[in-house]
Each structure stands twice: as structure tokens, then as C-alpha cells.
Design a protein around this ligand. Structure first.
Ligand code: UGA
Length: 427
């Protein structure tokens, strides 16, 4: 099939390249000229394991352009994958969705399926349809489909090619058949709904996962009060198939470009329709407090932070990405700097992005240089590299052997045996 993808962010780019891998001819559009120039040269603007290799493999089937018209005219299915960032109020800013809908309308020449791929508030599909209808120069048939994406950064290709389900919010049989044909090679179960239900499923699923994380973080806080172990609790809960072990890792809370934005957007949109989603407000509160509690933990281990040298290992919001959007590391570093601490930091991928925010940090090329002469070491992201650290060496180079672990990657007993003062979450 001939596919157009508008927006080459995380979702758009992965979708485009993966659809090419399935044998389709894909045209990716973005307004940013430089990004498109880079993509034409095979340069991927994001850190996503395997994506460059997959683009190289499929380069005969993928093209990049800034010309929406060229792309829309020739495509049978057009994906809208532009950003829906949060406004300061928490509500989703869907300006770009409206702009793209108008752009598509202006060049709609034949029946096409317009797929809403970005995460959007419920009823956006209705607006997309209305906007296109109002702006088409001549009467032309088209369908809008909601097809939310569930891929995770760091495992985006695998998530796209091996999804748990393919969600299609459709209004017509014609659109449904085209979309099912397109995704047939993935061999995954289809969930077919109306458009509004599909839009809600995406917000409800992300918010539920965020809720699961805040729930286990609340349990971790209780475990600390009574000297229990949250990892054992999560294991005991997780064996129940109705609960499941995934997303029950306590820590310094969720970050990234999705959960924080989607939870607050869901609260806002439901408020607009007259429902006060108090449960999700508490999810957000617990998430914020988790970072504050971590600062208190550092203070408990170090007492005064002023002029102390603190080593931060892990800056990205999770492993296998260079993304620091809404990363706990940002709030934590900000608080430490405010208290007058000196920071040395290392991350396998996110140093360049963090440097744009914090110039005053002493960035190092490896964890040992970062740990050298430090008064405490913090684990903020659970990269595999940190799980395999030579802790003996770390202890030798540190000024004092204090580790505050925000991701529970080490065994407290072993750490104590090695002579570390070790604090973690909920243990
Ligand atoms: C999330 C969803 O998992 C995807 O299904 C969805 O498609 C995506 O948002 C999106 O809406 O685009 P992502 O933000 O890439 O994916 O990352 P996750 O792996 O879900 O992690 C989110 C945050 O939760 C991270 O900060 C992670 O450290 C934290 N987390 C996750 C925990 O603190 N504990 C856990 O047990 C799991």
C-alpha cells in the first residue's frame, strides 16, 4: 500500500519505517527542513535501538519530504503523527492536529483513510473529520480512523512489530478493511471499536499503567514505615494473573513524554465533560512526592548537601533512550543544585540533552570518573551498565561509600556486606 506519515517524531518515524518493513511504500513528511535533510541522509534524529538499521534495510521503500501535498496526493492511507504537547494547564495542545487536518483537506483528491496516530483527547476524531469536510475544495469521500500506538521508547520496533493488540476505532467497513489488510502481516488480535472508544482506550491504558506505578510507590512508602520489602510484595502480587508483575517496580516515579502528559490531559478532558477524575489526581500527587521523598532520603544519608559532591548515574527517564523529558533526574538535580551540592554525572546516552539544561554539572565519560571523590552516588536510571558496575572499584574511588538507589538495582544485604551505606525505595 502507499502510505503517508505526517510528523517524524518518535511515533511517526517508527510507524513509517516499520510499515515499510511490512512491504509498503511510505512517504514521511515533516515541516522541519533540517530534520528531513538528515533523514534523507539516513541520520535518525532520535536514539532508538535498531531504527537506523531498519531504515537502511528499507530505504528503497521510504522517502522523506517537507511537501505535505506531494505525500498526501499519492497515499491511500495517511497517518497523522504530529505532537500533542501539554499546555501549561495540563490540557493537550492539539493545534498541530488541526493544522495538518486542514493541510490534508486542501489536497484531498480521492478516497483516503486518515489515521489518527497521535495520542489525542476523546472527540478529536470528530473535529478532524469536521475540519477536513469544511476545508476540502471539492466533494471527496474519506474516512477517519483512530489507531492509537502502544510502543515504548527503547523497544519501539519490537512493540510495533509484535503488538499485544491492534486498536482500530472506525466508522466504515471500507476503512476497517483497508486497515486490517495493512496490519495483517503483524498477526496480532484486532480490537475494533468506534472512534471515541479507541481514543479513550489510549488515555485509559496509559493512565492505568501510571496508576499501577503510583500504587506500588505508595506500597513502597508503607513498606519503609514497617520494614517490609516492596520487591517481595510486588512479586507476591504479580503472580496473580489478574494483577501481573509488570509496571510494579517502585522507584522515583514515572517520567517521559507520555505518562505525565497523558494523565494530566485525561484529567482535563474528563473535567471538560463534567467528571472529576480524583483518582488520577492522586496518581500525579504520589508521582511528584516520590521525587521529593528521594531528596529527603539523600539528606538523611548526607545531612548537609551544601558543597557535597554528588555523583548522579542515569539521566534519561528510563534505560535505552536519550530522552530526558519529564525525567525524575531533572527535578532531583535541580533540588540538589539549589541546596548548593556539586554534581558529577554520567549517562550512557542522555548527557548531550542534559547539558542543554544544566551547564554547571561536571559530566564524565564513565561511571567511575563520575563516582570519583564523591560523597554520595545516586542511581536515577536502571541502565544495565549500572547493574553490572564494579562496586569494589566504585567504593575505592568514592570519598565516602554512600549509595542512594532510586531504582532498586542492588541487593541491600550485599551492599551492606561490601561496606556501603545503602538506601533504596521501599526496602
Ligand atoms: C509508555 C507506554 O508504556 C506505551 O505503551 C505507550 O505507547 C507510550 O507511553 C506512549 O504513549 O507513547 P514510554 O513512555 O516509552 O511508554 O515508557 P514506559 O516504559 O512505559 O515507562 C514510563 C515511565 O514509567 C518511566 O519513567 C519508567 O521508569 C516508569 N516505570 C515503569 C516505573 O517507574 N515503574 C515501572 O514498573 C514501570
Amino acid at each position: 500500500m502507499k502510505i503517508g506519515v505526517i510528523g517524524t517524531g518518535y511515533v511517526g518515524l517508527t510507524t513509517g519505517i516499520c510499515l515499510a518493513e511490512l512491504g509498503n511504500k511510505v512517504c514521511c513528511v515533516d515541516k522541519k527542513k533540517r530534520k528531513i535533510e538528515d533523514l534523507k541522509k539516513g541520520k535518525i534524529p532520535i536514539y532508538e535501538p535498531g531504527l537506523k538499521e531498519l531504515l537502511d534495510k528499507n530505504k528503497s521503500r521510504v522517502s522523506f519530504t517537507t511537501d505535505t501535498k506531494k505525500c498526501v496526493e499519492s497515499a491511500e492511507v495517511i497517518y497523522i503523527a504530529v505532537g500533542t504537547p501539554a499546555k501549561p494547564t495540563g490540557e493537550a495542545d492539539i493545534t498541530q492536529i488541526e493544522e495538518v487536518s486542514r493541510d490534508i483537506a486542501g489536497v484531498l483528491n480521492d478516497y483516503k483513510v486518515i489515521v489518527e496516530k497521535s495520542t489525542v483527547p476523546v472527540k478529536t476524531g470528530e473535529w478532524v473529520k469536521r475540519t477536513i469536510k469544511l476545508n476540502v475544495p471539492q466533494e471527496v469521500d474519506f474516512d477517519v480512523v483512530s489507531n492509537p500506538e502502544f510502543l515504548r521508547e527503547g523497544s519501539a520496533i519490537d512493540d510495533f512489530l509484535h503488538p499485544d493488540r491492534i486498536l482500530l476505532g472506525v466508522e466504515s467497513k471500507r476503512a476497517k478493511n483497508i486497515m486490517m489488510e495493512l496490519y495483517k502481516p503483524l498477526n496480532a488480535p484486532f480490537v475494533i471499536t468506534d472512534i471515541k472508544s479507541a481514543e479513550i482506550i489510549k488515555h485509559a491504558a496509559n493512565s492505568f499503567l501510571a496508576l499501577k506505578i503510583s500504587y506500588i510507590n505508595a506500597i513502597a512508602n508503607i513498606c519503609e514505615l514497617v520494614n517490609a520489602d516492596v520487591i517481595s510484595v510486588a512479586e507476591g502480587m504479580g503472580y496473580d494473573k489478574r494483577i501481573g508483575r509488570q509496571f510494579l517496580d517502585a522507584g522515583i516515579g514515572y517520567g517521559g513524554s507520555c505518562f505525565p502528559k497523558d494523565v494530566s490531559a485525561f484529567i482535563k478532558i474528563t473535567e471538560e465533560f463534567g467528571y472529576d477524575f480524583e483518582l488520577l489526581k492522586i496518581v500525579e500527587k504520589i508521582n511528584r512526592e516520590q521525587r521529593k521523598n528521594f531528596i529527603l532520603k539523600i539528606k538523611k544519608s548526607l545531612w548537609i548537601l551544601k558543597n557535597k559532591t554528588i555523583c548522579v548515574l542515569g539521566l534519561s527517564f528510563k534505560p535505552n533512550t536519550d530522552d530526558i523529558r519529564e525525567a525524575p533526574s531533572i527535578d532531583i538535580i535541580e533540588a540538589l543544585l539549589k541546596e548548593g551540592a556539586k554534581i558529577k554525572a554520567y549517562d550512557p546516552a542522555a548527557v548531550a540533552r542534559t547539558r542543554e539544561i544544566f551547564k554547571e554539572i561536571d559530566y564524565k565519560d564513565n561511571p567511575y570518573d563520575a563516582a570519583s571523590e564523591s560523597d554520595a552516588l545516586l542511581i536515577l536510571t536502571e541502565w544495565d551498565e549500572f547493574k553490572n558496575l564494579d562496586l569494589k572499584k566504585i567504593k575505592e574511588v568514592m570519598h565516602q561509600p554512600i549509595i542512594v538507589d532510586g531504582r532498586n538495582i542492588f541487593d541491600p544485604k550485599k551492599m551492606a556486606e561490601m561496606g556501603f551505606t545503602y538506601a533504596s525505595i521501599g526496602r
